[in-house]
Design a protein around this ligand. Structure first.
Ligand SMILES: *Cc1c(COP(=O)(O)O)cnc(C)c1O
Length: 356
């Protein structure tokens, strides 16, 4: 007898992360800012003192205190993960039973259905409107009719860069028995967080990450915040030592520098305004339908030529994302922003030339 992979495993492919070697990378919504010398030295010193031979503090109390301080929540009501991706995977895999149904927004963050498929969770979808919003009454109705156990969506929307009002999100939370998981990966750029409501709700989990506004995608650090009842469950489900000691240490140092984080966010918003102005000037081109307003560190462009423009930019060694009819450009340095705008202009004139 030999072991046989089951049919599902025979067909499964690794999730492809774009790692193309481009001069300018504006495809993954990372921050373009690195810590300055002084903070970098402090980071290095802290990392140098780490006892690598020992298991880390499994409760990472100091890190939770630093994050709680940064976003003004009770450190006892925080769980950390290796990126919010680990927490999303854990919530889908361990919170939901095999016959439970997960409601996702469409479109949304591409990893949600990937994790749902890994754990073979049933999913159903609710469409976002053209502004990226969810109709609250429709969501509540769908949850009831389809007997949904959990709703998961990003706010600001990872697909449109727009933000839904906190009041609307709470309307859903307070009018359903389903678990509502709000992925606020980009909320540091906006002001519609429901983080402050989570401690007092037994059906709301808010996810945050250090990968975007905080400029630390490389250390893999994300957080979940909820009521003590749900936080206890997440703690019981996560593997012990799920956070490695280097991540814990780096996160603790960075998060105890709110001035640094605020400065970085302000700089990103400044560059976003420049990129937005530049892209807005392209709206006159026939191929461009609209430039979405943005509550994040990226800008979404609606065009029927999204994939063509992405390829044209890639030929110029500039990486952006295309998602259906949306071209998504991450805010970069001033120079990167100028080059991507010039690049799009050049590709648009190629397209117009070809279509004549
Ligand atoms: C980037 C992103 C994440 C992933 O965050 P990590 O902490 O890097 O795993 C989660 N959700 C959304 C919507 C994102 O855009």
């Amino acid at each position: 007898m030999t072991y046989q992979l089951n049919e599902k495993l025979k067909k499964i492919d690794p999730y492809k992360v774009a790692m193309e070697d481009c001069r300018i990378r504006l495809d993954a919504n990372e921050s373009f800012i690195l810590p300055e010398e002084e903070l970098k030295h402090r980071l290095m010193a802290a990392l140098g003192d780490v006892p690598l031979n020992r298991y880390p503090d499994d409760s990472y109390g100091e890190l939770r205190k630093a994050y709680g301080g940064y976003c003004n929540v009770d450190p006892d009501l925080i769980v950390a993960g290796s990126g919010s991706d680990e927490l999303i995977s854990l919530l889908i895999g361990a919170f939901l039973k095999s016959d439970d149904k997960l409601l996702l927004a469409n479109p949304d963050f591409s990893m949600y259905p990937v994790f749902a498929s890994t754990y073979e969770r049933h999913t159903c979808f609710i469409a976002r409107d053209s502004e990226g919003n969810l109709n609250t009454a429709e969501v509540i109705d769908k949850i009831r009719k389809e007997k949904v156990t959990a709703l998961l969506f990003s706010n600001p929307s990872s697909a449109f860069s727009t933000v839904m009002e906190a009041e609307k999100v709470m309307e859903i939370v307070d009018n359903t028995d389903a678990l509502v998981i709000v992925d606020e990966a980009y909320m540091d750029f906006s002001d519609q967080s429901v983080l402050q409501e989570a401690a007092s709700r037994d059906n709301l989990i808010v996810l945050r990450t250090c990968s975007k506004a905080l400029g630390c995608a490389g250390i893999r650090l994300g957080f979940a915040h909820s009521s003590s009842r749900l936080i206890n469950v997440i703690n019981a489900l996560r593997p012990p030592y799920n956070l490695n000691i280097l991540t814990e240490t780096a996160g603790r140092v960075l998060l105890s520098e709110p001035g640094y984080i605020e400065g970085a966010i302000a700089k990103i918003l400044e560059n976003r305004a420049e990129l937005y102005e530049g892209l807005k000037s392209l709206e006159a081109a026939p191929a461009i339908k609209r430039i979405y307003p943005t509550a994040t560190n990226y800008i979404c462009i609606e065009t029927d030529h999204a994939e063509r423009i992405r390829e044209g930019l890639k030929a110029r060694s500039i990486l952006v994302r295309s998602l259906g009819t949306i071209l998504r450009v991450t805010v970069g340095t001033g120079e990167e922003n100028r080059q991507v705008i010039e690049g799009i202009k050049a590709v648009l004139s190629e397209i117009e030339g070809m279509d004549k």
